[in-house]
Write a protein of this length. Structure first.
Ligand code: SF4
Ligand code: SF4
Length: 128
């Protein structure tokens, strides 16, 4: 059984999961509200899976959330998209669906130069 997941395009190149081509190499990403109340704008959302790149130790530390199969497939089948699954709790967004799913075809994660999760956003958020 496979559920729909958006293609993830991410510009946050300070994240340990980021790969050239604005690709996210994580197996799954969690999109959350930045505050306790439901997001009203893009700035109120964040990618909780962001982890600041800190050299090799950090790279190894994040190895439990790597889309290895996707990476292998992308390597042996050029042109195949590598994209994580998305879990999103931002239910004030038009694309949100029961089960913490996102129905958008593609989401753009912004926050170039981010140092923490709060510096990232789901740029595709649109208020219901
Ligand atoms: S910020 Fe989020 S979407 Fe972007 S590379 Fe990191 S984990 Fe992936
Ligand atoms: S577009 Fe909306 S539903 Fe999809 S991940 Fe972003 S905030 Fe969540």
């Amino acid at each position: 059984m496979s559920q729909h997941h958006p293609k993830v395009v991410c510009e946050v190149d300070t994240c340990t999961h980021w790969l050239p081509g604005d690709v996210c190499g994580a197996a799954n990403i969690d999109i959350l509200n930045e505050e306790e109340q439901a997001a009203e704008s893009v700035e109120h959302t964040m990618c909780k899976t962001f982890a600041e790149r800190r050299g090799l130790a950090n790279l190894l530390g994040s190895a439990d959330n790597v889309n290895w199969w996707g990476a292998i497939e992308a390597a042996i089948m050029p042109g195949r998209d590598l994209s994580p699954t998305t879990t999103c709790v931002v239910d004030s967004c038009v694309y949100w669906e029961d089960g913490n799913l996102c129905t958008a075809d593609e989401i753009f994660i912004s926050g170039s130069g981010a140092k923490e999760c709060q510096d990232t956003n789901c740029d595709t958020f649109e208020k219901k």
